[in-house]
Unconditional design. Sequence first.
Length: 534
Amino acid sequence: MDINWDLLIENHFKDKKEKKETLSLNTLMESISEVMIELEAKDDYLLTEDAKSFSMSIPIPRLVPSEAWGDPSSQSRKEVDRVFASVTRKGGDMKGRIAHVATFLDPAQAVKKAPGGKVNTILNMMQIIEALQAALNDFNESSAGFVFEGFMAALTGGRQEADRVGGTLPIEDFVTADEVNVSLKLLSPNTPIHGSFTNLVDYLFIRGGNGVPSIKYLIAYKDSEDHAVAKLSFWDFLISRENFVDLMVKSGNSNLFGSVAAQMKQHIASHQESNEWKLTMKQLLLQTSGYNQKLGMFVKNLSDEGEFFIGAEAGPDPAIKNRQYQLMLKQGRISDLKDAAEEEGAKAAKSGGPTFQDWIADLDLTELPRVGLKSRGEFDDDMEFFWNRGFESVSKEEEVTESYFGTFHESEKRHMKEELLLEAGRGGEGKKSQFSISRGGMSAIKRLAGTTSYGELDMSQGNIDQLVKIYIEKLGDDLMSLLENTKNFSENIGRYFSADDRSEAATANRTARDQGKEIVTSLEEREKEVADIN
């Protein structure tokens, strides 16, 4: 079947013709720009040379993970649900689904899979594994956590939880398809699990009025290789109303209860959805060192009669809000002037430009906003300070090399963050509000919390190399050729629209036509083979 490129281009301009727009150079360039944006958005192939991934050898489509994967109603999630169906359609709990992914990363199990069988499942699973690698390694620290949560929500057929629930921000990161609330932690092996004692108490005993009975903690311990996460070892445990006090004490957090741990355990054992029970719980919590005496929901959201309420948060007066906005704009103007002074000072140092006095004398300050300024003299002093800072920075530039900044990597900042959390756990303010459970402590609470190991996902380079050989053999030469042709076909279409040299574009056009014919023929043959088997 021939691909009618003229017809495709004609259809692309159809809307413009119907609107009686002239097919000018401008409209042509606008339309090509639109097509290129569409092609870039559908750049489905991972071509990074340093990637430790299946697609370096097997041209599979790429899934780009995002936080939107955690929202079942988002377009991104709907698009990937078809791929994740290889895992989710079989049902099973969270552990079972992670275990299913693990089978595709185990060479011993991979060789047992039937050649030519369930090809779509193999390809889908490769995409899922590459998406996991991207979620762990392709985002900065502030984004990676949210993207990983979105990935896990999609894997478990659930949803990410980010909005306020029952009057407070949730402690669960995602909710599985079978409505299990999960708090997800991605940690280095020796980094303790940290959490807010106040938020956990509120979640279990008062959120929404009567609390939620339990929450599952899913811990993904990571092992790195060449500065990228190469292996994950999953564990989980459950914190419930029943085991809450004993678990905290057993894991070394008894200090959070002060002297009322025994009383609280007894009171929790008699838990009931009554105002009297909540008021007694409040009195006990006020005697602890771990519960926030100002922000805890037992303080903020409980009336003197024990009634739970969510306080109405009235929005600010629009007029006040507008005045605040105008004030912000004036402050921004002052800030811009100081930035300009610093910039001009640097220029003066480099080029021998005007002095500060000459520069500011020529500056138009007739509409200078009087925001936070006691006098014009105070403003001039500030401006001179920033001018001098810019001037002096030029002479110091040579003293600070690029290598200095290069050593301050994201992993270094993450390590510093973990150290701060550890220090908070050893003393000071952090200890008063956070619980901490070490890796050894997690094992110690197995009887109470049902601590379970899920095993390991091995995405290391050596393991991927073994699996690539196995799966190439399983897929067979014909399918490998089809996948390669499909990838090249897409690239040539992109080249056809983007090449500045129109002779290059014409060559890409002809090549894409030939590849399109081969793809159609290959698909027809595979369809016949499937029909014959059936």
